[in-house]
Design a protein around this ligand. Structure first.
Ligand code: ADP
Ligand code: MG
Length: 406
């Protein structure tokens, strides 16, 4: 059970409380303290399993881990955000979840850090046991990637403690493998790369085919703007099956078009590509899935061009177009996300879209600094009027990626 769910999640928390908590749990000082952030994706949704482009930025909200290595092959895991006390495992008995056996949403949190140890050992890396305690300000299950923050902070700590010398990209691949194969969640590579590679003040333009990336300056405040995150606090259950269906549909589209991945369909040839797809009653509709992925990759490139030109305001309509594409073509929005986006735009936002996997989670809203409070109030009021739980709204300032704190 995830214990704390603040109304407005505070971002800042230093190393000291986590160090103190580690001492209280394990009775000794940790060998070190590390942090890894949650993230929001500015643009590039569902493109990461199509070898496409994404553009996440790190949140100031972080997961902090205090860790000490052990020589006896025991792994002890404790979280200040989960009930149930210390989870104790032996690293030589770690086994992936059987196919289809997804973790309960809050029951098996230890699978995330344990999966990292498993993935590193499976890759032949000389990792031993550890005592680990984490504290996090990343809202869980809100589409802000608390799972990747937990995995990456674990991997970075082990990388340092066992002197593995791995690059951030390698840590991202290993932690994705942990989540895919050990925890059993078929996520793409974006979340772990964001947690491992983002830098303060930037969005990360990432090519998920080869993990080449570029830090693109994203100082919204300097242009009189603000990026709001609206956590709808809902997660509709059809999410997992729908993700698998869309993933399969994208692969079906790529096969029908004779390309390795939908990333290989140039935007200029989209109309031709759609015309060549056979008329089959696929659910979800393959044409619509292809159109979303190809236009979304193009939107990422357009956003990058505007940011390179120093014009953040110009990305607003692209964010909004991205929402329409996710709602209408990819069909993964929901009433709460649409309400957040529509209300924000009606109240004067520069652009808005759902972010993350869909069917709940969070939306992002780009807004003039002067209009931020009005827009936030309008969204909160609209949720109340519709009978939804109050959303959690906070400002996203791009923070640093995973790092050692002490
Ligand atoms: P998201 O990554 O969008 O937050 P996920 O469903 O992928 O949502 O991951 C959320 C899960 O990750 C939680 O249910 C919990 O099992 C685990 N988790 C993340 N952070 C922590 C933490 N600090 N302590 C314990 N478990 C955590
Ligand atoms: Mg996750």
């Amino acid at each position: 059970m995830i214990a704390h769910e603040a109304a407005t999640p505070a971002a800042e928390h230093g190393a000291a409380p986590t160090e103190a908590a580690f001492r209280a749990v394990y009775g000794a000082a940790p060998a070190g303290i590390w942090a890894a952030p949650g993230r929001v994706n500015l643009i590039g949704e569902h493109t990461d399993y199509n070898d496409g482009f994404v553009m996440p930025l790190a949140l100031p909200h972080t997961t902090i881990a205090a860790v000490t290595p052990r020589t006896d092959g025991v792994l002890r895991l404790h979280s200040g955000n989960a009930e149930g006390g210390i989870v104790e495992l032996r690293i030589d008995t770690l086994r992936p979840a059987p196919d289809g056996d997804r973790p309960a949403p809050d029951g098996r949190w230890a699978a995330y850090p344990a999966g990292v140890v498993w993935a590193m050992r499976e890759a032949g890396l000389p990792v031993g046991g550890a005592d680990l305690h984490v504290d996090s300000t990343v809202p869980t299950g809100a589409g802000l990637s608390s799972s990747a923050a937990l995995e990456v902070v674990t991997a970075l700590a082990l990388n340092d403690l066992y002197a593995l010398g791995l690059t951030p990209q390698r840590l991202a691949r290993l932690t994705q493998r942990a989540e895919n194969a050990f925890v059993g969640v078929p996520c793409g590579i974006m979340d772990q790369t964001a947690a491992a590679c983002c830098t303060a003040g930037h969005a990360l333009f990432l090519d998920t085919r080869d993990l080449r990336s570029r830090q693109v300056p994203f100082d919204v405040a300097a242009q009189g703007l603000r990026l709001l995150v609206v956590d709808t606090r809902v997660k509709h259950e059809l999410g997992d099956g729908a993700y698998a269906e869309r993933r399969a549909g994208c692969e079906r589209g790529a096969r029908a078009l004779g390309v390795p991945a939908l990333r290989d369909v140039p935007h200029a040839q989209l109309a031709d590509a759609l015309a060549t797809l056979p008329d089959t009653p696929d659910m979800p509709d393959t044409r619509a899935l292809v159109r979303h992925i190809v236009t979304e990759n193009h939107r990422v490139e357009e956003v990058v061009a505007h940011l390179d030109a120093g014009d953040i305001r110009a990305i607003g309509p692209l964010l909004t177009a991205g929402h329409a594409s996710l709602r209408d073509d990819f069909a993964i929005s929901c009433a709460e996300l649409d309400l957040a986006v529509d209300t924000a735009l009606a109240a004067g936002a520069v652009g808005a879209r759902m972010t993350g996997g869909g069917f709940g989670g969070s939306a992002i809203v780009l807004v003039d600094e002067a209009a931020a409070d009005t827009v936030s109030a309008a969204v909160t009021a609209a949720f109340a009027a519709a009978g939804h739980a109050a959303p959690r709204i906070f400002t996203a300032v791009p923070g640093p990626g995973a790092r050692r704190l002490a």
